[in-house]
Design a protein around this ligand. Sequence first.
Ligand SMILES: NC(=O)c1ccc[n+]([C@@H]2O[C@H](COP(=O)([O-])OP(=O)(O)OC[C@H]3O[C@@H](n4cnc5c(N)ncnc54)[C@H](OP(=O)(O)O)[C@@H]3O)[C@@H](O)[C@H]2O)c1
Length: 234
Amino acid sequence: MSDLGSTVIVGGTSGLGREVAQILAGRGEEVVITGRDKAKTDSVAAQIGGRTRGLALDLAAPNEIAGRLAEIGQVKSLVIAAIERDENSIRKYDIARATRLMTIKLIGYSEVIHALATRFAPNASIVLFGGLAKERPYPGSTTVSTVNGGIATMVHTLAVELAPLRVNAIHPGIIGDSPAWSGKPPEVLERARVRTPTGRLANMADVAGAVIFLLENQSINGVNLNIDGGWLLL
Ligand SMILES: NC(=O)c1ccc[n+]([C@@H]2O[C@H](COP(=O)([O-])OP(=O)(O)OC[C@H]3O[C@@H](n4cnc5c(N)ncnc54)[C@H](OP(=O)(O)O)[C@@H]3O)[C@@H](O)[C@H]2O)c1
C-alpha cells in the first residue's frame, strides 16, 4: 500500500480489528485504532507499536462521532469491526439492547463513513464487518443476525454512492482463536469444527489476510466475503 494517509480501524483494540492493526503496523503503515475508552485505546496502540495511535469514540453515540474523528487527516483505508454483543430473541425482546446494537452496527458504522467522506484518498477502500449469524442464526442472535444482514446490503449502496471508493464486507464464521470464542467450552468449538469442510475453524490470521486482500485489490467492490472454511455448506 502506498503512503496516502492512515488506516483507521474502528474497534481496533481487540480481536479481529486489532489483528488487522498489528499486521499493518508491522508493515510500517500509519494506523489509528479506536475503542470506547481513551486510556485503554492508547495503551493498546502502544502495545501494537509502530506508527499506531489511539482515538476514543462510541458508536452508540452517533451524534458525537464526527467530532471524535475531527483530528483524522487523509484516510487511505477504513475498517469498521466494532461490536457489543447482545443476546436477544423475539419472544424475550429487549428493546434497549436491540436499539443499542442496531445503533452501533448500522447507524454508527454509517456515521463514521459519513464523517470521513471528504477525507478518503484516491483509491481508498472500506471494509465493514458483518458475520455469518445473518445466515446461520443461533439462540439469542436475533439482533446480531439482523444487523449483520444490514451490513451485507449496506456495502451495495455505499459502493454505488461513494464510487470510485470501494466498499466490501467480511462475514466471519466462528473464529476459534478470537477473544469472543477462544474461552468457550471446547465441545462448543468442536461442534462447529466438525461441520466445517476444511476440518478447522477459521482463525484471526485468516480474517486479517482477507481484510487486507479486500483493502488492496483494486477490482473487488461491493462484495460480501465469508471467512468460514465452507461452514455454511454443511
Ligand atoms: N470473533 C468472531 O468469531 C466473529 C464472528 C462473526 C462476526 N464477527 C464480527 O467481527 C467483528 C469483530 O469481532 P471481534 O470478535 O473481533 O470483536 P471484539 O474482540 O469483541 O472487539 C470489539 C471491538 O469493538 C469495540 N467496541 C465495542 N463497543 C463499541 C462501541 N459502542 N463503540 C465503538 N467501539 C466499540 C471494542 O473496543 P473497546 O472495548 O476497547 O471499547 C473492540 O475494539 C464484529 O463486528 C463481529 O460482529 C466476529
